[in-house]
Design a protein around this ligand. Structure first.
Ligand SMILES: NC(=O)c1ccc[n+]([C@@H]2O[C@H](COP(=O)([O-])OP(=O)(O)OC[C@H]3O[C@@H](n4cnc5c(N)ncnc54)[C@H](O)[C@@H]3O)[C@@H](O)[C@H]2O)c1
Length: 386
């Protein structure tokens, strides 16, 4: 840890980071990295701390004193400004960010992703503090290629599907497709942050994650989350595998996604934190263009990997089709394909993802099996005996 330097060879001084949403999936991995590999201090703000409690206790942990948990709901807590003032940098991760909520709880989604982020941006701007704000790859919406005829050769041309921070348009569906409430709220907060930078000199970085996955993502319904809850695709499929039931493919699972291992992605965020001169004023795609699959292919790969790590024989019919209306309700829509252009992050931070989809699924499903298999088995035997 001694003598750590940034990408330009300058020594990295310890800083205080106000991390909002630190108790979530990404926050927990970022806190872990900052505690084990740096001397920075984290003021961790969230309403939940379960995913970081291994970093908070016991007091004999080597980083004791460098991480403090503040149970604060940023919607209505006057302590937020004080924490931002105490910090050198604020990282804002707080959001409702589960697709099942976008069309069923559009008001909560818009408030969480736009209104609740406003004071964070304002306090950073007014107090001259740097901000790293988490947006989403969903701001791109659909690709231009999606509007071309199925057999058009232009669909193969990267200009029609590659998503670039400084060139691609943001293409959303009609207002009645409430699925776009999340993407639209994230887009507007990006525009506000950008304008604060341009007009008031806010030092900012915007992160657009492309399907970061790994241990501690979301929850397993009925085990460490609500039984009726619908988490993001990774946890939905893990839940089906743990229960030995077919994986549900929404509208055939034809959407294409690029998945990146959380640990690779966190490496990129840590470079942003420690290289402000290279990161300020930029929007960064953070994804792995080499790990593109359809959701159907993801289901097949997860089935195969889960069988390997659990020793269980896969079902004869491992997947079942459901309509998006049945699964998500009215107002659902989706982006067709999401491949990140990596030019800007590569140029500014020299960063590239490393982990293949097979490897990241193996480490994630090993964790899921170790953490949940017994609890799921017990819960299922209780339901059948009742
Ligand atoms: N994981 C991904 O692949 C992905 C993709 C696109 C965008 N993002 C963005 O990254 C950020 C973090 O995502 P994540 O996957 O860690 O999600 P997460 O749901 O695991 O974490 C979000 C955390 O924010 C907290 N939070 C929400 N509202 C709050 C409030 N009012 N006050 C205090 N805390 C609050 C939640 O309790 C939760 O712990 C989000 O902004 C999300 O939109 C993530």
């Amino acid at each position: 840890m001694a003598g750590r330097v940034d990408l330009d060879g300058n020594p990295i001084n310890p800083m205080t980071i106000c991390m909002i949403g630190a108790g979530g999936f990404i926050g927990s991995h970022l806190c872990e990295k900052l505690m084990s590999e740096t001397q920075h201090t984290v003021l961790a703000v969230d309403v939940y701390s379960d995913k970081i409690k291994h970093l908070l206790e016991p007091t004999s942990l080597p980083w004791n004193g460098r991480i403090q948990f503040h149970r604060i709901n940023i919607k209505n807590d006057s302590r937020l400004e004080g924490l931002i003032k105490m910090a050198d940098l604020t990282v804002n991760l707080a959001a409702i960010c589960t697709p099942a909520d976008y069309n069923t709880r559009p008001l909560d989604t818009i408030y969480s992703n736009f209104i609740d982020a406003l004071p964070v941006v304002k306090y950073c701007s007014e107090n001259g503090k740097r901000l790293i704000h988490f947006s989403t790859c969903e701001v791109y919406g659909k690709t231009i290629g999606a509007f071309l005829p199925e057999d058009s050769p232009l669909r193969q041309d990267p200009a029609y599907f590659l998503l670039s921070e400084d060139a691609s348009p943001c293409i959303f569906g009609p207002i009645e497709k409430q699925r776009w409430s999340y993407a639209c709220a994230k887009q507007l907060i990006e525009r506000l942050i950008y304008a604060e930078g341009a007009e008031n000199g806010l030092e900012f970085t915007i992160v657009r994650p492309f399907n970061w996955i790994g241990p501690r993502m979301d929850f397993i319904p009925g085990i460490d989350g609500p039984s009726e809850g619908v988490p993001r695709v990774l946890a939905c499929f893990s839940n089906n595998l743990l229960r030995h039931e077919p994986l549900k493919l929404v509208d055939g699972g034809h959407s294409q996604r690029t998945f990146i291992y959380i640990k690779d992605a966190i490496e990129a965020v840590s470079l942003m934190i420690e290289n402000p001169a290279r990161a300020n004023g930029h929007i960064f795609n953070v994804g792995n263009p080499n790990n593109e699959v359809t959701v159907k292919q993801l289901a097949e790969m997860m089935t195969q990997v889960y069988s390997k790590v659990s020793g269980e024989t896969p079902l004869e019919t491992p997947t079942v089709d459901v309509s998006s209306k049945e699964f998500y309700g009215e107002g659902y829509d989706d982006s067709d394909k999401r491949i990140p252009d990596m030019t800007i992050i590569n140029r500014q931070l020299g960063w590239n993802p490393k982990t293949s989809l097979w490897d990241l699924l193996e480490s994630t499903l090993t964790y899921q099996h170790r953490t949940y298999a017994e609890a799921v088995k017990q819960a299922m035997s209780k339901t059948t005996t009742n």
